[in-house]
Design a protein around this ligand. Structure first.
Ligand code: GLV
Length: 329
C-alpha cells in the first residue's frame, strides 16, 4: 500500500519525525533557520497529501492551487493567521494547530518580557557589556514597580489566563477584556471585566493575547495607544499586526507610554531599518514565546499526530476547522 506523502517545511525534533515516518513518506526542507523559498514550497506540495508547516509559510489560494492532493495542513503553532482556513475548508482540507502545549511557556515568556521592560534588564546588560558602568548609583536605570500594580489582559483565552494567574504572585490587580465574559476565571483570578478603552486607561501593564484576525488587526491603534498611562508598558506576545507598529514607534518616541516589550512584529524578521531598533525603551525578542526545549518538541509532536491522524482516517487531536471532518465522514 502506498504511504501518504507529507512535506515538512523545517526539520522537526526526532520524536516528531518518528511519528510521521511511521505512517508517511516524508520529505523535509532540511534547513533549520530559513523557510523554503516560495517556489520550492509550491513545487514541494504538488504531490503532498499532508503539509506540516510553521508560521513562516503562507498557505493561501495560490499554494492550494499547487497542491491538488492536500488533505491536511498541520501548523506547528497555536496561531494560524498564516493559513487561509476558509480556502482550506472549501477544499475539505483539515487545518490543525498546537494549542495547550505552549500555553505555560508562552505565559512565562510574556512575564519575562514584562519584567525585562519594567526593570530595564536589557539596557542594564548593554551598559555592563559596554564597559560604561561607572558606579552604583541611586538613579541608575530606574524602572517601574511591578508588584501591586494593575495588569490588563487583552484576550482572556488560554495564554491570557495563564499570564493572569502568574500576576497573583506579584499581588497585582487584573483587568481583562474579551469577546465574552469569563465568570469562572473572574472568580479564580479575581479578574475584573472591562471594555478595552477602560483597560487601557487603568492598566500599568497591558499584555496582548488575541489571535490576529480582521477584527484584531491594529486593535491597538494610535487613538487607543493615546489612552494608556505615560508610565504604562505594553507587552505583545500575540501577533505583530495586532498593534499599529508605526503608531507604537511614535508612542515610544514621544513617551505617550513608558516602554514596550515585543516578541512579534508586523514584518518578521524585523527589517534592519525598523525605527524600533533605534529606541531604548523597547525590548525586542525574535518571536520565541514558546521556544523551550520541551514545548517546541511537544508542539512538533502534536502537529505530527494531527497530520498522521487525518491521513490515516482518524480524528486529529486539535483541528481548527472540525466542520471538514464532519462533512467528509
Ligand atoms: C507562535 O507564534 C504560535 O502561534 O504558536
Amino acid at each position: 500500500m502506498t504511504r501518504p506523502r507529507v512535506y515538512v517545511s523545517r526539520p522537526l525534533p526526532p520524536s516528531a519525525m518518528e511519528i510521521l515516518h511511521a505512517h508517511c513518506d516524508v520529505r523535509v526542507w532540511d534547513h533549520e533557520d530559513t523557510p523554503p523559498p516560495r517556489p520550492v514550497l509550491l513545487e514541494a506540495v504538488r504531490d503532498a497529501e499532508g503539509l506540516v508547516c510553521l508560521v513562516t509559510e503562507r498557505v493561501d489560494e495560490e499554494l492550494l492551487r499547487h497542491a491538488p492532493r492536500l488533505r491536511v495542513v498541520a501548523n506547528v503553532a497555536v496561531g494560524y493567521d498564516n493559513i487561509d482556513v476558509a480556502a482550506c475548508t472549501r477544499r475539505a482540507i483539515v487545518v490543525t494547530n498546537t494549542p495547550d502545549v505552549l500555553t505555560e511557556a508562552t505565559a512565562d515568556f510574556a512575564w519575562a518580557l514584562l519584567l525585562a521592560a519594567a526593570r530595564r534588564v536589557v539596557e542594564g546588560d548593554r551598559l555592563v557589556r559596554s564597559g560604561q558602568w561607572r558606579s552604583w548609583g541611586l538613579g541608575l536605570l530606574l524602572g517601574q514597580d511591578v508588584h501591586g500594580r494593575t495588569l490588563g489582559i487583552v484576550g482572556l483565552g488560554r495564554i491570557g489566563a495563564a499570564v493572569a494567574r502568574r500576576a497573583r504572585g506579584f499581588g497585582m490587580r487584573v483587568l481583562y477584556t474579551n469577546p465574552r465574559r469569563r465568570p469562572e476565571l473572574e472568580a479564580e483570578l479575581g479578574a475584573e471585566y472591562v471594555e478595552l478603552e477602560a483597560l487601557l486607561v487603568r492598566s500599568d501593564f497591558v499584555s496582548l493575547h488575541v489571535p490576529l484576525t480582521p477584527q484584531t488587526r491594529h486593535l491597538l491603534n494610535r487613538e487607543r495607544l493615546r489612552l494608556m498611562k505615560p508610565t504604562a508598558i505594553l507587552v505583545n506576545t500575540a501577533r505583530g499586526a495586532v498593534v499599529d507598529e508605526e503608531a507604537l514607534v511614535e508612542a515610544l518616541r514621544e513617551r505617550w507610554i513608558w516602554a514596550a516589550a515585543l516578541d512579534v512584529y508586523e514584518r518578521e524578521p524585523l527589517p534592519p531599518d525598523s525605527p524600533l531598533l533605534q529606541l531604548d525603551n523597547v525590548v525586542l525578542a525574535p518571536h520565541v514565546g514558546s521556544a523551550t526545549h520541551t514545548t517546541r518538541t511537544r508542539m512538533a509532536e502534536l502537529a505530527a499526530e494531527n497530520c498522521v491522524a487525518v491521513l490515516t482516517g482518524r480524528t486529529p487531536p486539535t483541528p481548527v476547522n472540525p466542520e471538514v471532518l464532519r462533512t467528509s465522514r
